[in-house]
Ligand binder design. Sequence first.
Ligand SMILES: Cc1cc2nc3c(=O)[nH]c(=O)nc-3n(C[C@H](O)[C@H](O)[C@H](O)COP(=O)(O)OP(=O)(O)OC[C@H]3O[C@@H](n4cnc5c(N)ncnc54)[C@H](O)[C@@H]3O)c2cc1C
Length: 345
Amino acid sequence: MCYKTAVPELPQRASVVIIGGGFAGAATAWALRRAGVSDVIVLEREMALGRYASGRSAGLGRQLAEDDHTTALTVRGAQLIREMKGDVWRPTGGILSFDSAELADAYVERAQRFGVPVEVGDRAAVQGRWPVGELKIAKALYVASDGTIDVTQLLRELVKKTRVEVSCGVERIEPHRVITTKGAIEAQVIVDATGAWAGGLTGDEPLLLYKRHVFIIENESEPGPWLWHLGAGEMYMRHDGEGVLMSPCDAARSEPGHQEPDLVGEAHVRKLLEDAEMPLANAIITRRWACQRAFRPDRKMRLGRDDQRPWLVWAAGLGGHGATAAPAVGEAVAAAVVERLQSGQ
Ligand SMILES: Cc1cc2nc3c(=O)[nH]c(=O)nc-3n(C[C@H](O)[C@H](O)[C@H](O)COP(=O)(O)OP(=O)(O)OC[C@H]3O[C@@H](n4cnc5c(N)ncnc54)[C@H](O)[C@@H]3O)c2cc1C
């Protein structure tokens, strides 16, 4: 006798089809559920979620970003992640250090505008926590409400109770219709949340993609605030169960899906550490990975309705803060979807 497990077939229609199961797509589904919209399906081309940027993120929950547009999303995103159950967010705090006092002051002003409390310190405040060697630090900010995100848990939490179809690549989209490797789905609204591939299905301008490496370096480190150094020699590091997680904040232009770690990335991290005469320079790298950050030329995320195509909504260009911003991205995109559903177009 042959027993078959019943796998529900791909529906022929849905109110909302979300293409892409990274933070952008998953958070949109999460926010739609909170808004009472349940006839939603997420389509992911890979066999599992998190094969690209979202599963490879370093998990720094940094609220003060490079500009106000992004900071509005990261502050709100962090607030929503903190409210999630379990260990999605660890309240570790974060330290931003700066090679220039002017840059630090601009961040202090941004923190005031967004109501994020910061403590201003100097190089000694950082040295007490991280072995920064001769790294040039003019000022540092301690952001107690920053944290560390478990990116796997966040992704899991966001898609909880949502129908997700994996191994289901979207090959083409037409007005109100998505053609996948498993069949076609009619949809009132289609969300492009395809990360590095955003715009490819609609023939829009591709995003700018920058490859970034992350390394685990063998070293003893204690749980506590992460460090993100801004200015020349940008880098960040945080405690990780296996050692120190570190990125040289590299940004080589690349094609969608190119995320193999390479020797240029490794040489970059070694040089940064050596130039700063940091003790970590001689430690062993035990793991390495890379992935892409996707930006629009103006570095603003593309969230919301498409001006020409009423059936299309964007959740794209999340750049380098998409983990922290995720639930706020979801809220913004879901609001546009709900507006489209209500307008009946
Ligand atoms: C190395 C690195 C470190 C980072 N560290 C941090 C950090 O510390 N803190 C932070 O806040 N942010 C961080 N980020 C940023 C964050 O990870 C990204 O902004 C976020 O993951 C982007 O999510 P996304 O959903 O847009 O893209 P992705 O995660 O790439 O998701 C897009 C999905 O769409 C799928 N897809 C594409 N085309 C199709 C198709 N045709 N059909 C079906 N599915 C399709 C892909 O398979 C993919 O799973 C980091 C990014 C990188 C690269």
